[in-house]
Design a protein around this ligand. Structure first.
Ligand SMILES: [Zn+2]
Ligand SMILES: [Zn+2]
Length: 187
């Protein structure tokens, strides 16, 4: 079962990954290059309690982004598990039961007072670990549009999503479905 916080942690990981140009997506700009962009990221993903952000935070979050990209790119569970174990160990993960803001009891993994990078590494890393344990690592995807390659987590029931939900790629999907229906109707 994917709880609210796991879902939020996964969304943050995807948002972080998609701030970087992927090798296969020429021309996609890196949008996480200064502290203002990092502050935006923190606000947008409602990452609480990380205090004032400094240049060290920017460097650490950019390094973390590369580690998450390697976890997404892992070819098998064992490789992904080794990378996840290293990640959550380095983040000083500290499980804490909480029922904040009206949510039912759940566990936070970041240590009290953790930096933004450690906060993301702990909760994002554990969210990805749960997917792996549940045998659902294949839900970690890259958009199949050749010029996109955005990361996303496929939460569809039958794990059939191939494209990210950006306007271009979502549209591409609809156009392909429309053409297929026309072919069927004509044939
Ligand atoms: Zn929570
Ligand atoms: Zn896409």
């Amino acid at each position: 079962m994917i709880t609210h916080d796991t879902r939020c942690a996964l969304d943050s990981v995807v948002d972080l990954l998609n701030s970087a140009p992927e090798g296969e997506a020429p021309g996609a700009p890196d949008t996480l290059t200064d502290l203002a962009a990092l502050a935006d990221f923190v606000r947008r993903n409602e990452i609480s309690g990380v205090g004032d952000l400094g240049p060290g935070d920017l460097a650490a979050v950019r390094a973390l982004r590369a580690r998450f990209a390697e976890i997404f790119a892992a070819g098998d569970d064992r490789t992904a598990a080794a990378r996840l174990n290293a990640l959550v160990a380095s983040a000083g993960t500290t499980p804490q039961l909480t029922d904040h803001d009206g949510y039912d009891w759940h566990v936070h993994y970041f240590a009290p007072g953790a930096s933004v990078a450690d906060h993301l590494a702990a909760d994002g890393g554990m969210a990805l670990a749960f997917l792996l344990v549940a045998g659902e690592r294949e839900r970690l995807r890259r958009c199949e549009a050749p010029d996109c390659r955005y990361a996303f987590v496929d939460l569809s029931r039958n794990r059939s999503r191939r494209y990210c939900d950006s306007r271009t790629c979502g549209n591409r999907l609809h156009v392909a479905a429309y053409r297929a229906r026309r072919r069927e109707a004509a044939g």
